[in-house]
Design a protein around this ligand. Structure first.
Ligand SMILES: [Zn+2]
Length: 448
């Protein structure tokens, strides 16, 4: 069979499908792409077709047009990708259905590549009566350009495939930003809701804090999460060579998040450290997912290492300016670089201690999260603890956590709670790294 014969036979097949469905006596809606020349389909066009088909189904449902899924037909043959479905409604005329599908076509960014046809109960094609403008030159009616063969099939196909590739890329980016941002929020809510926690704010208690409670953390999380997608997007667009210069890009967004956090918490610092850690993590995730469909923890760690290279030296050892944060004060007093050290070393507490535990438990339930938190507390030089106490107390806390981890029971965990309460200490840095661990765990699970 020649290509033309294949095309004609595919069109006949479409007609016979349509005829069969018409016997149901309901309105039919069909979708195909407006592709000149052959082949009528390829991997790119099919990916685009599937997205448009699902968008069309969603639009119909949003307009209370109920399709009969059990009778829908999807084909992909010489005539291209094709979808046809009868509708169940008796309360819409075929003209009304046509108006609704036209709204769909017209509002689509690539509307000229899409053809939605409506066939009435008696088999008549419902036409909009509007003449479409040529999508290539945007000057003449499409039908005129076609008849006069104003443009070559090659140039039209090239234009179409470029536009479709751009659209698919944007669609993929939007989905990645949404999905990754959601996981970061999920991880933070799991951490703040974990109850009871030593010295920290949890659902039932403000721990050793007097200026914040569970609601303060909810307020602050809602504010900062609205920036998560932007951070993923920034990482997605970062070129490999620019990775060592990424920190100011992350900080630029982070500073805005911080400003809004303070506005919404009446000046209380709930999540400044987390903004930094999650900022780097979201940026690194966007960077990785541009090239890979799956999330690889080794590549993630390497990416964090590149972003945060020499951070302690540049920001703490060479800092001559006015000392501000708790972390900076602790560095001056105890020579402990806290989360900057963690970031510069690619989150060793997370990758070497916490992540193996949560992956082994394969769960984000309370028990798994308590063990994961303890594993971080047993390793981390938490500047939030140091700031309120001293090196001896921090070392004692780390030792106690190690012992509890070796032979865990809830009663032993309770001793850690009591110790933090008595010493008035709150391991905020460990809590932040718990959020990061849960985030990475969710990324591994959701981008396999
Ligand atoms: Zn034209």
């Amino acid at each position: 069979m020649t290509d033309i014969q294949k095309l004609l036979s595919a069109r006949e097949e479409r007609d016979s499908i349509k005829k069969q469905l018409l016997e149901l006596g309901t309105i039919l809606i069909s979708l195909n792409l407006n592709i000149p020349g052959i082949p009528k389909s390829n991997q790119l066009l099919t990916s685009f077709f599937i997205i448009v088909r699902d968008q069309l189904k969603n639009w119909l449902l949003a307009n209370r047009i109920f399709i009969d899924d059990s009778k829908e037909i999807n084909t992909n043959h010489a005539a291209g990708d094709y979808y046809i479905v009868p509708i169940k409604n008796k309360d819409f005329s075929s003209v009304q259905v046509k108006q609704i599908t036209e709204q769909f076509e017209e509002s689509h960014p690539l509307c000229r590549f899409i053809d939605v046809d409506v066939v009435g109960e008696s088999g008549e094609n419902i036409s909009s009566g509007k003449s479409k403008i040529c999508f290539f030159c945007r000057e003449h009616p499409a039908i005129e350009c076609r008849r006069a063969e104003r443009h070559t099939i090659f140039e039209i196909r090239k234009y179409q495939e470029e536009k479709i590739a751009e659209y698919l890329e944007k669609n993929r980016l939007d989905e990645i930003c949404r999905k990754v941002a959601n996981m970061a929020s999920q991880a933070i809510y799991y951490e703040i809701s974990l109850t009871p926690k030593p010295g920290l704010v949890d659902k039932d208690s403000s721990g050793v804090h007097t200026d914040m409670d569970y609601r303060t953390f909810i307020d602050s999380t809602v504010i900062i999460s609205s920036y998560f997608g932007e951070l993923v997007n920034a990482g997605y667009h970062c070129k490999t060579d620019n990775l060592p210069n990424a920190l100011p890009l992350i900080r630029q967004i982070g500073l805005q998040m911080e400003k809004e956090m303070f506005e919404h918490t009446n000046g209380v610092n709930t999540q400044k450290g987390l903004i930094f850690l999650m900022g780097v993590s979201l940026f690194a995730s966007g960077f990785i997912l541009k090239k890979n469909n799956s999330f690889n923890q080794t590549i993630f760690r390497e990416t964090v290492l590149k972003i945060c290279e020499n951070m302690v030296q540049v920001e703490l050892q060479n800092a001559n300016d006015v000392v501000k944060s708790h972390g900076e004060q602790c560095f001056n007093q105890f020579k402990v670089a806290g989360i900057r050290w963690e970031a510069e070393n690619g989150f060793p507490s997370v990758f070497e201690h916490a992540l193996p535990i949560i992956l082994d438990k394969n769960s984000t339930d309370g028990n798994s999260l308590i063990l994961t938190l303890l594993s971080i507390m047993s390793q981390l030089d938490d500047t939030n603890v140091l700031y309120r106490s001293n090196s001896n107390t921090l070392n004692l806390l780390k030792e106690k956590c190690k012992m509890v981890l070796d032979n865990y029971s809830f009663d032993k965990y309770r001793e850690i709670l009591e110790f933090c309460k008595a010493e008035k200490i709150s391991p905020g840095g460990s809590a932040d790294l718990l959020s990061i661990t849960v985030f990475i765990y969710l990324m591994i699970k959701n981008f396999p």
